[in-house]
Design a protein around this ligand. Structure first.
Ligand SMILES: Cc1cc2nc3c(=O)[nH]c(=O)nc-3n(C[C@H](O)[C@H](O)[C@H](O)COP(=O)(O)O)c2cc1C
Ligand SMILES: C=C(O[C@@H]1CC(C(=O)O)=C[C@@H](OP(=O)(O)O)[C@H]1O)C(=O)O
Length: 329
């Protein structure tokens, strides 16, 4: 399945080492002003090659709007957004095409399809997120017009929380041929109460599914998250007064429906699978082998996942906003 969403539906396409990647958006409301300059800043925040902390692959990731916009406004018809690849080094992958990288999707893609584009991991590459981020920028523009704003930040990397410590931790792992994971937080302010379905399609379930659908995300918390398990009800409930809620352990969602409070989401991001240390694996014939992954990899995915997670939250929220119009204006 390469399609996400119901009312604001996106289909992403393309591979990391193919000609291009992109997205087709169906269901974007008509009449919204839209140009490449609304989308490019989000892609610039996502792209690789911007610092020693991320993959050195050099891509401009320039977006082209191919359809769905006329006279600078969305027409309500499918919006196709394209980003061409310019700096794929497929020979890095040629050498290990018969080996499965531990922690990556090589083994499972092979099991599922019986064939795989081994160049850059094909669609299992983090580069697939270009389409999500481009579509997310369109969704965010619409949500901003409703007063909804989405922001993400790095909470910790390998247990470290200070900016300088985080940077040193990532560089130390990179120099050791290793990688590190961490935690990011994404919030949405200005969400009206009433978004989300009460039984199936709860807003928190939709957000968790969207976040888990990002490569390398292995855990999702809403509000107080796993900490609720160690609390009394009297500590965890958010008291309600006529001037509003007194706390936000619920993370802005009650009964699967937004409460009007800030929506708070945290994600656990695993350490990058592709590392330069030798690891045990098997080859395509099932024989024991050793693999050392060379190439241009993110030593830590957390800094680069922020615009991707923001985009996924925007996509869930715009879908819920458009759905809610069926119930109440
Ligand atoms: C923005 C982004 C960048 C990523 N960069 C890398 C990378 O450089 N090397 C790598 O092995 N995995 C990278 N990943 C993670 C892989 O895409 C992911 O681990 C793989 O698809 C397997 O999925 P899973 O980790 O969810 O099981 C990145 C993911 C994202 C979202
Ligand atoms: C290129 C991007 O990230 C890539 C994500 C990725 C992976 O395995 O997920 C592996 C690397 O790709 P390559 O080996 O082709 O340089 C990263 O650079 C990107 O996100 O734009």
């Amino acid at each position: 399945m390469n399609t996400f969403g119901t009312n604001f539906r996106i289909t992403t396409f393309g591979e990391s080492h193919g000609a291009a990647l992109g997205v087709v958006i169906d269901g974007c409301p008509p009449g919204m002003t839209l140009s490449e300059s609304d989308i490019q800043p989000a892609l610039d925040r996502r792209k690789p090659g911007t610092s020693p902390l991320v993959s050195p692959r050099q891509e401009s990731d320039r977006v082209e709007i191919l359809s769905g916009v006329f006279d600078g406004k969305t027409t309500g018809t499918p919006i196709a957004l394209l980003v061409r690849n310019h700096d794929a080094h497929s020979h890095d992958y040629e050498k290990m095409k018969n080996l499965f990288r531990p922690g990556h999707a090589d083994f499972t893609f092979q099991q599922k399809y019986g064939i795989r584009d081994y160049r850059g991991g094909g669609r299992s590459s983090g580069r697939e997120t270009i389409g999500r981020v481009a579509a997310g920028a369109v969704a965010e523009k619409y949500l901003t017009s409703l007063g909804i704003t989405i922001k993400g930040h790095v909470v910790s990397v390998h247990g470290k929380t200070g900016a300088q410590e985080i940077e040193s931790e990532i560089l130390a792992a990179k120099n050791a041929g290793d990688s590190v994971g961490g935690i990011a937080e994404i919030t949405a302010k200005g969400c009206p109460a009433g978004l989300g379905d009460p039984v199936f399609g709860k807003l928190d379930a939709a957000i968790a599914g969207a976040m888990m659908g990002i490569g390398a995300v292995k855990g999702v918390e809403i509000g107080a998250g796993f900490a609720v398990a160690g609390r009394f009800g009297s500590e965890n409930n958010d008291p309600i007064t006529k001037s509003g809620f007194l706390s936000n352990n619920a993370g802005g969602i009650l009964g699967g429906i937004s409460s009007g409070q800030e929506i708070v989401v945290r994600i656990a991001v695993k350490p990058t699978a592709s590392i330069a240390k030798p690891q045990k694996t098997i080859d395509a014939g099932g024989n024991d082998a050793s693999i050392t992954v060379k190439g241009r990899h993110d030593p830590c995915i957390v800094p680069r996942i922020i615009p991707v997670a923001e985009a996924m939250l925007a996509l869930v929220l715009i879908d819920a906003v458009l759905e809610q119009r069926k119930y109440r204006e």
